[in-house]
Design a protein around this ligand. Structure first.
Ligand code: G1P
Length: 276
């Protein structure tokens, strides 16, 4: 059973300026819950109980969110508004939360490496909260991936097909399908030019990583945009052993973009109203 989920959350969220000038982008709400809460819910449903966050300057609201707010608790205790806190209270009582800071923005690979001490020598999940995933017909994306991990015991990345002209926003994989929706990765490239992209299978923000990734990251040189890329480290891992790319079931909203964020908001609004 995978116990820990790592949430890299140090990014600036420049696409949401000026809102993100003083508000972490992970705290932007879809309806009444911040994005990060959806990610943590997904990890908890997948059986993970240690929630580990790599934050940065200006991200203290994340720590406060997963802590008791005494004033607020006192204020609404016994009132008809108390139920509004029940979901987050329930989450807080069933998981542990730990935080570390990435002091310089050196890429996703570096952010994950910064989380090493929070993770330990165990396989772990990684969720990028601005990729919001839903699967209305069954288990969530991280749970789908933990099931695959139980069988193959190697690192796994979630992928989806994107229009070829969009591949330059993603890590892209290539390899051989060993099951209908499961590819053994032989090539991986971070944000390729569409004309150089091996496929249109794009990595989205869900990973299961085996802990040897930390050693690999230690010797991974800066790649695309001068940043240490998890994609480059995973390619090394694939070359030394095995990495799988999984075409997940469900839907992903790119909440790192304004249009994706609005789409997700509309989706959850319709969904919530439909269920009332
Ligand atoms: C990161 C990864 C990229 C992946 C993407 C998914 O990029 O580096 O490989 O496809 O997340 O959202 P970012 O969007 O942080 O630039």
């Amino acid at each position: 059973m995978i116990q820990t989920c790592l949430f890299p959350a140090a990014g600036y969220g420049t696409r949401f300026l000026p809102a993100t000038k003083s508000l972490p982008k992970e705290m932007l709400p879809i309806l009444t819950k911040p994005l990060i809460h959806y990610g943590v819910d997904e990890a908890r449903e997948a059986g993970m109980r240690n929630m580990a966050f790599v934050t940065g300057r200006g991200k203290r609201a994340l720590e406060d969110y997963f802590d008791i707010s005494y004033e607020l608790e006192h204020q609404i205790a016994g009132s008809n508004k108390e139920y509004l806190l029940s979901e987050i209270r329930d989450l807080m009582s069933s998981c542990s939360f730990s935080f570390t800071r990435q002091s310089a923005m050196k890429g996703l690979g570096h952010a994950i490496y910064t989380g090493k001490n929070l993770v330990g020598d165990e396989p772990f999940g990684v969720i990028l909260a601005d990729d919001l995933c839903v699967n209305e017909d069954g288990v969530n994306v991280m749970s789908q991936m933990t099931q695959i991990y139980e069988k193959y015991r190697c690192s796994i990345v979630a992928v989806m097909e994107v229009p070829k002209q969009n591949v330059s926003s993603y890590g892209v994989v290539n390899g051989k399908f060993i099951e209908d929706d499961l590819m053994m990765v032989s090539d991986m490239v971070e944000k390729p030019d569409p004309k150089d992209a091996p496929t249109n299978l794009a990595i989205i923000g869900r990973y299961i990583l085996t802990p040897d990734i930390f050693e690999i990251l230690e010797t991974t040189n800066p790649g695309k945009n001068g940043e240490i890329q998890i994609t480059d480290a995973l390619l090394k891992q694939a070359q030394n052993g095995m990495v799988l790319a999984y075409k997940f079931k469900g839907r992903r909203f790119d909440c790192g973009s304004v249009s994706g964020f609005v789409e997700a908001t509309n989706f959850f609004y319709e969904h919530d109203n439909g269920s009332k």
